[in-house]
Design a protein around this ligand. Structure first.
Ligand SMILES: [Zn+2]
Length: 197
């Protein structure tokens, strides 16, 4: 009987210990997310080039952004919330805040990643030949911080004929508030006109 009690006690202790480690790992996750907000190089207005060490990037970027932006990873296809989004606004580099693409140049390519036919400006993007994985492709990087974004292919729609195939993880999106306000106001006016009828 004493032995049974002892083993019960052991199991209870083990469960309590596990719960402790679980809540601890939760806190670590939250702390990591907080660090991402303290990214000192992130700016949507400062266009000066960002040149910091890989070690520093690792400290200030969330793990998923770091893996793609700095280690040239690729997110799984069909996983980005931006892939099918039709909201009006601007896409920024998630590592440094550089404006990259406008939503009106976004199109449904069916390739599994958010796709655009044109960057905001020439300085938004840097290009480099990429011959890895037995393919000859053109890599696209952020023009401000050189974060890996994805690749550009020559099978896009007019007017450029280009398809910028971009990892959604390295994109930050901001809705065009002014445009949205205008749209809503227009909507309001329509309603008032209808009322007057
Ligand atoms: Zn950047």
């Amino acid at each position: 009987m004493k032995r049974i009690l002892q083993s019960l006690l052991m199991i209870m202790l083990a469960v309590i210990f596990q719960q402790c480690t679980y809540s601890q790992s939760n806190t670590t996750k939250k702390e990591n997310m907080d660090t991402s907000k303290k990214n000192p190089v992130y700016s949507r207005s400062d266009s000066s080039k960002v040149n910091i060490s890989d070690e520093e990037w690792r400290k200030i970027l969330p793990a998923d952004v770091y893996a793609i932006a700095r280690q040239k990873g690729t997110e799984r296809p069909w996983t980005s919330k931006f892939e099918n989004s039709k909201e009006v606004g601007t896409f920024y580099c998630a590592a440094c805040g550089n404006p990259l693409f406008k939503s009106d140049t976004k199109f449904e390519s069916g390739c599994g990643w958010p796709s655009f036919y044109q960057p905001i400006s020439k300085s938004s993007i840097i290009y480099a030949p990429d011959n890895t994985h037995g393919m000859s492709r053109t890599e696209v990087m952020c023009g401000r911080c050189k974060a890996h974004l994805g690749h550009v292919f020559e099978d896009g729609p007019p007017p450029t004929g280009l398809r910028y195939c971009i990892n959604g993880v390295v994109l930050d999106f901001e809705k065009a508030q002014a445009a949205e306000k205008k749209y809503n106001e227009g909507d309001q006016q329509n309603k008032e006109v209808k009322k007057g009828e």
